[in-house]
Design a protein around this ligand. Structure first.
Ligand SMILES: C[S@@+](CC[C@H](N)C(=O)[O-])C[C@H]1O[C@@H](n2cnc3c(N)ncnc32)[C@H](O)[C@@H]1O
Length: 196
């Protein structure tokens, strides 16, 4: 399989059918310069598990990927669940790549913005995904404080999934409701059960 249209069709059909998809096949949707960063992205199988959890529990899920990189998690999550996913990412070249792949795949329930994830108001979302965004934040101390404030400000029933080490203690009011390791991805799932 080499032509980009063939790859797009294969990825779309495989995700829609809920069949297993190799990371290599999804990652081929990106230009080489972007694909070289693929080790930092959530693997397809982990995307499937996390997105099912985050898109559940409410009628109109709107999931935020905090530090969305190439958009891989949002794209796979949306195509697999039909829910709306938004990614915010500090590097514009990654957002441009995400928008282009979304267009090719017809992932119309995804959107991507360039910016500092900690400047957004997370309350507009029903669920959050955090894959080590604090690690690469330019101002780490500010990011830590902001992440804690944002998580504390979320309403009851907010679903949160983390991948890897978040780099901070999870605020009170969240119940850990599960964890799973898929390949190299250590996933944790949380539910907001109380506010103070
Ligand atoms: C480990 S990658 C995860 C990418 C994507 N969420 C995925 O699962 O495939 C973390 C991303 O967070 C981005 N990031 C780190 N700090 C950020 C910030 N303060 N605002 C926006 N993006 C940030 C990085 O540029 C990087 O692309």
């Amino acid at each position: 399989m080499s032509r980009i249209d063939d790859i797009v069709e294969h990825v779309r059909q495989t995700l829609a059918a809920g069949w297993p998809l190799r990371d290599l096949d999804f990652d081929r949707l990106y230009p080489e310069s972007v694909r070289s960063l693929a080790a930092d992205w959530t693997p397809v199988e982990a995307c499937r598990v996390v997105s099912r959890f985050l898109a559940g529990g409410c009628d109109e899920p709107l999931v935020l990927d905090v530090g969305s990189g190439s958009g891989k998690f949002c794209l796979i999550g949306s195509l697999m669940t039909g829910a709306s996913f938004r990614g915010v990412e500090q590097h514009s070249f990654l957002v441009n790549a995400a928008v282009e792949v979304a267009r090719r795949l017809g992932a119309n329930e995804t959107s991507f913005v360039v910016g500092d994830a900690f400047d957004l108001n997370w309350r507009q979302f029903t669920a959050l995904y955090l894959f080590e965004p604090l690690k690469e934040s330019v101002d780490r101390q500010r990011a830590l404080e902001s992440a804690a404030n944002q998580l504390e400000n979320m309403p009851l029933q907010t679903r949160v999934a983390t991948c890897g080490d978040l780099g901070m203690k999870f605020p009170k009011g969240y119940e850990p409701i599960g964890e799973e390791t898929i390949g190299q991805s250590s996933l944790r799932f949380w539910l907001r059960v109380a506010t103070w």
